[in-house]
Design a binder for this molecule. Structure first.
Ligand SMILES: Nc1ncnc2c1ncn2[C@@H]1O[C@H](COP(=O)(O)OP(=O)(O)O)[C@@H](O)[C@H]1O
Ligand SMILES: [Mg+2]
Length: 212
């Protein structure tokens, strides 16, 4: 894995634990090309971001940006999240093809909030765009941040091979089992003891406790 490759990060934690807040305060400016898939309109008012609600509008914004930097929030239609994340993913994969061919050095960050709505555990095989992006994104310079309150309920392709896992407090047994399997039992004990807005960050086989 090289620095050129895109990275994949998960942010887990129960509702209200501080997931969206952390992503807003830490990750919106690390890349100058950002697409946020935002079912609950948590990011729509962020400074410098265009909000769009259709694929056509998204395409328009992407083709209008002459210096090829963009910050765009895509709000999917209610109950169309799965299909629309699929479509947005296909578009992004195509957009980053030149990066893979080494004809471009422009990375892209895709942030998906409430991932269990758009990439559930048993997603429809026809909507495999995001699944593909999880494996094909790296060589295309696409970094992905997936945010969810229920890690046990999202597709396996996203959960496997993550570069970084951030976990706020939660206590549901099947979600803690995901932490146990990916970060180890010590991390589970740490997660259980986290105070408000604290989180663990797991990377390269070790974790740290962060936050207030
Ligand atoms: N580190 C923090 N310090 C102060 N307030 C915070 C912090 N993290 C989150 N909050 C506040 O807590 C509420 C819930 O946070 P949010 O990020 O929306 O949670 P989640 O996305 O996990 O449901 C928000 O009003 C947010 O402003
Ligand atoms: Mg949130």
């Amino acid at each position: 894995m090289s620095d050129r490759d895109g990275k994949r990060m998960a942010v887990y934690g129960r509702s209200g634990s501080g997931k969206t807040h952390l992503v807003k305060s830490t990750f919106l400016n690390v890349c100058d090309r950002v697409v946020i898939f935002d079912p609950e309109e948590e990011f729509a008012k962020e400074k410098g971001f265009h909000t769009v609600r259709t694929l056509e509008k998204l395409l328009e914004v992407l083709s209008d940006c002459h210096d090829s930097s963009f910050k765009v929030v895509f709000v999917p239609e209610v109950r169309m999240e799965e299909r629309q994340l699929h479509e947005v993913s296909l578009l992004i994969e195509r957009l980053q093809e030149p990066y893979k061919e080494e004809m471009s050095n422009k990375k892209l960050m895709l942030i998906v909030d409430e991932l269990s709505l758009s990439f559930p555990l048993n997603s429809k095989p026809a909507y495999d765009g995001f699944d593909r992006l999880c494996s094909r994104g790296r060589k295309r310079g696409i970094s992905i941040i997936g945010i969810t309150q229920r890690p046990a309920d999202i597709g396996m392709r996203f959960r496997g091979n993550l570069n970084r896992i951030v976990a706020f407090n939660f206590s549901t047994p099947n979600d803690l089992a995901v932490i146990a399997a990916t970060c180890g039992q010590e991390a589970v004990s740490a997660v259980r003891e986290l105070k408000q807005y604290q989180y663990i960050a797991y990377e390269n086989g070790a974790f740290t406790v962060n936050g207030p």
